[in-house]
Design a protein around this ligand. Sequence first.
Ligand code: HEM
Length: 169
Amino acid sequence: MRKEIEDVIGSGRPPQLSDQKNLNYCVAVIHEVLRLGNISPTSLPHCVSKDVFYKGYKIPKDAIVMPMLDSVLSDESNFPNSHKFIPERFIDQDGHLVDVDKVMAFSIGKRNCLGESLARMELFLYLTSLVQRFELLPPEGEDPPSLDGIYGTTHSPLPFTFRVLSRNQ
Ligand code: HEM
């Protein structure tokens, strides 16, 4: 990310949304963060408005359904080595973005996340600005923190510490 930001933007101005089309690797990292971050593992409860028959099961009218986004985001057939952080899975040989639409972290359909556009803009601007100005490292002599999290309505990271070094120093 740092090299791409340095090549495309440099350090003379902060990243802006129009830079996104030239920062494919950064966009790939954001999708891998959304996928592994698994922020809303069970989405929100929905209800079927009529009897539904699916793979031999009857889901009766008014039943509450919890869509497991978790299972989609960790699906090995779409994301091999799904437990690993591999942003390159979203970049093809020519450097183009691929498969990013498979990351349905915001769910799909009429009632998908209302804040998706805002969240995507914030993720891009916040993360690229951080990486442009700072180097983020584990504490001296320690490994990077575990990717395991605390599972719930939202999936949050385990507590961790890290060092933030200014790139200007
Ligand atoms: C990375 C950040 C976020 C993720 C992964 C996320 C994910 C989700 C998911 C999975 C749902 C359930 C969709 C469904 O029921 O099918 C949802 C709903 C919702 N989200 Fe987000 N969200 C994020 C950020 C935000 C932000 C920043 C806002 C507001 C500014 C927001 C507002 C909402 C609202 C209002 C709903 C309910 C939509 C409805 O029921 O019609 N979300 N979000």
